[in-house]
Every structure is written in C-alpha cells, then in structure tokens.
Design a binder for this molecule. Structure first.
Ligand SMILES: *Cc1c(COP(=O)(O)O)cnc(C)c1O
Length: 397
C-alpha cells in the first residue's frame, strides 16, 4: 500500500480513537525508528513506555522466534514451563507472593481492583469495597479502571462509572486520611503519575500511605505499569521509596513490545482468587513469557539499571541547563529515565518541531514534555536529543 492509501484506509476502516501523527513506521532497532520513506528518527518515547529496551531487542526477538517454532498458545488449564519461570523471576525481583497473568495494564489493574474487593468482602461483615485513588491518575480505559482514573476528561460520556472509587489530591496525606471510611479497602496510586504530567510522589507521602494501610488493614496497590522494569533506575519504582506494596501491577515494558499485564499480590492475599473467580484466555502465553524472560535477562545482563541511573543523571544535568536558558521551562521533574519538563506554554509545537528534526518525544497534560528513552540509551544519543530539543525550544520560546 502507498502512503496516501494507508492514511485513507485508516480513515475509512479504523475507529478514530487516537490523535494520530502522520508517520508510518516500518522498522525499529534500539532507539532508532525508520519511517516508510526511510527517514530515521531518534526515539525518546519508545512505544509509549513499552520500549525500556528500545525497539526489537535481540534477546526478545530470539526468544520469540524460538518459541513460535515450538508452541504459540496453550490454555491456562494446562501448564507451561516458561510461565512458571517468569512467575518465579517476577516474585524473586519483587516480594513474596503470587502473580496473575493478563494482557494489558488496564487488565492488570482491573484484577487488582477485583482482588481488593474480594479481600474487603472476606474481612468485614458489611464488606469493604471502596478504593481511594488520586487526581490526575491514570489506571486504564476499562470501566473500572476509568473510575479509578481521576480524570473527568476520560470519563465524560461513559457514565455511570462503576461505584466504589474516591479521588483525593495527590501527595496530600491529610486528604487521604480524611477520605478513609469503614468501607475503604485499598489505596491505589502511581508513584510517578505518567499520563497525569510526570508528578512524583513524595517520600513522606508514600511512607504515610504504607503506615496507614498497615494500621487500618487496607491494601496498598501500586500501579507500575509505566514506572516498572527499570524505568526509574531500580527494578520497580517502589524500591526508591523503601516501602513494599501489597499489590503491584506491571505491563508496558515487560513483554519487550508484546502485550502482557501482571498483577503481583503479597502472600496474605494471593490465594483469595480461587478457580473460576478470575481468568484470562491469553494471559501468560508461552511466546509472551519467553519474551518477558528475555526482557528481565537483558535488564540484568546489560546492567540497564546502572545505565538508567547514569544516563538519567546525565540527561537531568542537560535538561537543567536548558531550564536555566529558557524561561518557558518551569520545572524539570522525574526519576531515572522518566523526565517531564513542565512548560508555561502548550508543548505540542515543540513536539512537532522535534519530530521534523528526527526526534520523537511526547507531551502530556498539554504542557508537560515527556522524555522516556530506552534504558540502554547512550550519552551520544542523549546529546543529540538535547541538541534537537534546544533548537525546538528556541523556535517556540
Ligand atoms: C498505560 C498505563 C495503564 C494502561 O495500560 P494499557 O496496557 O494501555 O491498558 C495503566 N496504568 C498506567 C500507570 C499506565 O501508564
């Protein structure tokens, strides 16, 4: 198909649910993407958070190739060795408990919500079901995860939302304390709100949440769909805070580009969902588990946590220099290789200018530029990205 024909087919045959950029990509390797006209781009937002290893990492590609030649699918009423291995490795690098395999971030969070409700139903005669979530959160697009997502712009037109969610201000411990009732069963949050504008939870806030969850027997659900798998310089972002969640959800980067979602629950609640209560046909299939094992191996073998910390620090230095030169940058915030630049103007023109110069970045919450390069990014690539970004800032300031 020719370029114009592809655009037309999308227009005629695919629901218009995405704000689309008129670029057609056909090949990717590491932090580089090739479009249909063979123009090369430096990707500083690979896969919308999926590409912690960049595009088409060899360990993932090889694992997928091997597995596809043997067995693509086996239903979850049977066993498969790679699902066992992946579960064991995930528990090893998180905390004692058990996993449930799903296919996306929303689905992992949906499972976390169901498990929390089951826990509530099992611990109190009246049943506790209410979950406290936060303004500007993002937990997914299914109805329950939309209800958990504290943003009206995503909910509008889809009401009524499922009941049982209460939103309070992020980083406001007093507000959480006030919102807790005898119906409350869990607190659910992202430690860095990705879609909501790269808002970083404070250490005291998170420690406070852990403490109050312990005191009131609430579950602390941490959504690491975006921050997980090395993005913040630790395997999981919660490890930067010295607290452990009761339920952890993962998705985006885990499959190295293939769809997977995982819910990890601590021992005390991990046996509440018994046969027939929850399921996913495709969850944890052999190909995806092999891909995810490749991702975990690459993070370890290629010392990507260390590189993330080093390159994250390097990039922060460069971004702070930009901040001191361009007054439109109000704040630089984030962790590891997850950076947001809050602007005093809308960011979309800067994103557009960068794209024309061969750099892909993102803008979220209208005014926050978001950079989330692959964890194996090099100094040279960071320099190049910052150079392009600076030119775009200069033109838009
Ligand atoms: C992307 C995202 C989700 C939703 O994941 P999907 O795979 O698109 O369903 C949930 N939570 C967070 C924090 C996310 O960034």
């Amino acid at each position: 198909m020719k370029v114009e024909e592809i655009f037309q087919v999308y227009k005629d045959n695919i629901m218009p649910t995405y704000n689309k950029v008129p670029l057609i990509f056909v090949k990717g390797k590491g932090s580089r993407l090739w479009d249909i006209n063979s123009k090369v781009y430096l990707d500083f937002f690979p896969g919308w958070g999926v590409g912690n290893l960049g595009h088409c990492h060899p360990k993932v590609m090889q694992g997928v190739r091997d597995q596809i030649s043997k067995l693509i699918f086996i239903p979850n009423n049977y066993y498969h060795p790679f699902q066992a291995r992946l579960a064991k490795e995930l528990i090893y690098c998180s905390f004692p408990g058990k996993v449930f395999f799903a296919n996306s971030g929303a689905e992992a969070n949906e499972g976390a919500i169901k498990l929390a409700r089951k826990f509530g139903a099992s611990t109190n005669d009246q049943g506790r079901y209410e979950i406290i979530t936060f303004e500007n959160a993002f937990h997914g697009r299914t109805l329950a995860t939309l209800a958990a997502t504290g943003q009206k712009k995503y909910q509008s037109g889809f009401e009524p939302m499922p009941e049982g969610f209460k939103q309070v201000k992020f980083n406001d411990f007093a507000a959480v304390n006030q919102a807790i009732t005898s119906k409350t069963v869990a607190i659910m949050l992202e430690l860095i709100q990705g879609e909501g504008g790269v808002n970083v939870a404070t250490g005291d806030f998170v420690k406070g949440l852990r403490k109050i969850c312990d005191e009131k027997k609430l579950l602390l659900i941490i959504d690491e769909v975006q921050t997980g798998l090395g993005r913040t310089g630790k395997m999981f972002c919660y490890q930067n805070y010295g607290v452990t969640p009761d339920i952890l959800t993962l998705a985006k980067a885990l499959g190295g580009g293939l769809p997977i979602g995982v819910l990890i629950a601590k021992k005390e609640v991990s046996d509440l969902l018994t046969p027939g209560m929850h399921a996913s046909t495709f969850g944890g299939g052999p190909v995806i588990c092999k891909a995810a094992l490749g991702v975990l191996r690459a993070i370890q073998k290629e010392k990507l946590l260390k590189n993330c910390q080093a390159m994250g620090g390097y990039l922060l230095e460069k971004l702070n220099i930009l901040k001191s030169s361009y007054a439109i940058i109000k704040e630089v915030r984030g962790m590891g290789l997850m950076w947001g630049l809050e602007l005093s103007i809308e960011g979309k023109h800067i994103v557009q200018k960068c794209q024309e110069s061969g750099l892909l970045i993102n803008c979220t919450h209208d005014k926050v530029l978001r950079l989330m390069p692959a964890l194996n990014i090099t100094k040279h690539e960071c320099d190049k990205a910052v150079r392009i970004l600076e030119v775009a800032l200069k033109e838009c300031a």
